[in-house]
Write a protein that binds this ligand. Sequence first.
Ligand SMILES: [Zn+2]
Length: 617
Amino acid sequence: MASWGVISMELKRFWQKQIPVLLLLLLLLLPMGSALAAGHHNFVDYDIKVTLSDDCNYLRGTERILWTNPGQTPVSEIYLHLYPNAFREGSSFLNESKRLRRGVHLSASGYGYMELSQVRAEGRILGWEFVQPDDGNEQDKTLVRVSLPRELALGETIAMDVEFVVKLPSVFARMGRHGSFVMAGQWFPKVAAYETAGVRGRPKDGWNVHQYHANTEFYANFASYRVTINVPRTHTVAATGELVEGPRVIGHERQYVFQAQKVHDFAWAADNNFRERQSLFSSATQPEVLIQLYLQPEHEYLVSHYVQAARATLQRLSQWLAPYPYSTLTIVCPRAGATGAGGMEYPTLVTGWDAAAHDPGIICRVLVHEIIHQYFYGLVATNEVGEAWLDEGFTSYLEDKIMADAFNQQLSTATEATSILAPEPLVQEGWKYSSNHAYQANAYLRGKLILHEIERLIGWEQMQTALQTYCNRYLYGHPCTADWQQVLAEVTGKSWSAFFDYYVYGAGMQDYGIDDVVTSGLHTILKLSGPREERELVLRLHYADGTSKELSWNPATSDEVALQHHVPLVSVELDPMPYQVLLDNNRSNNRYQVSMSNWLPLWLTQLLQLFMGLFGW
Ligand SMILES: [Zn+2]
């Protein structure tokens, strides 16, 4: 046995040799660790091969998923979304939607599903089970938990091979088939979102897993995709990313290979009657993008509207927010009747309104909206399941801005608020809203009106700086509501806590109203209510002699206004047209008709004065 002196000498020599190697390893690992922790790293990779059956009813596919643990916590199970099972009898999606969406009813003959045939990794068949973390509905098969053959430490990768079959539902909600038209969205077994500590304020690494609900959209990690698609040779394919091989005819099939990097989903569409058009776009702020249209024959005459909508949107967003970083933007028009597939966003691919629509204004607006999603859904990639307003609200707000700026189409944003019947907090999971209407009225409409309100308070210049800062800081970053609040505070140099607590985390509106008008002779007191915010609101007073007068009321300073007048007051309007208050969802209390009984003392006074004058009293 060697003496301790020799051992320690040997150990010293050993470590002296190893230290440079270890230091190098450490240096290599450090940036990887921090990039992974920040949630910016691509840690999912898909290689998918799929075939559409001749009758367009089935997709049969295999996929190899490479998944690398991005966090410090060991991972021993992986969750997969089987979205097509939303269209299977008894699913939470069908229960919640009552099989009705956008006026389309899904009959039992149109049901669809996804079968997971096999999941293998490292030479073993893996076990898996359906889970229902949200509602415990055992009929729901939209989420499975797969047990891994070993625990994955930080940076370790597992390769899983998955075989699957999809029976396409008839187009009802987003995906499915309608005649020979196929919309393949949410069509492959997809790894659920994994969040490392710090992402969206999360204290610990972990999965963010939910079933597929009628009111929720999607949330996933950025990934790279290589997708080989075989379709009947009569069909043309439009897809996310770039075409890297094909199309080539193999037997009775046509094969396409697409690739996409730094996207969090992959969608494709196929039809046998697409009319293809291409247009290149670039501007001072936007590098060249290939705009690819896949239109139905009925919409061929609208090509210029499609191209104009895409160009106008890319031009403004590249200037206001950040350049669109992908080389393609693909636009698909679904067949007439496939309404459910229309107006939807996927990375680098959007669907417009279906071919039955012929109003260029609406077709344009839908396209503008879906293309804006490329930023908030696509690039910034907020969690649409838990904070849908960060996508739909922001998208709808910028849709108003672009439609006004590029197409001179103004919406009456001030009257829109009246359709918000049930204001609810914006930070809550989509399926927890009281109804589908409440989800849309809040996530889309209340969300966008709150952003219009922020713009009213700080001006477009600061608003644009805030949006630009937010988009650039959180590019590929999955921010949450608090991150947006923080950016606003930095840009404007003030706290937004009270505002966010009331409007965003709360269900605040701006229901200003006239509660009472107390008249006594020539004196009147107006009793007013509403949020006690610093602003100047217009009160318009109408008198019996046909004259009217305007006053200003600051709700922050008082809830009463005292008036003196010489003729009877007939009515009072608070915030008359054109409305200044955007979030007033109850306009019925903004007008007060002074009743005849209120005038009596005044008439009596005047009558007495007349008699006194006549009789010389
Ligand atoms: Zn949207």
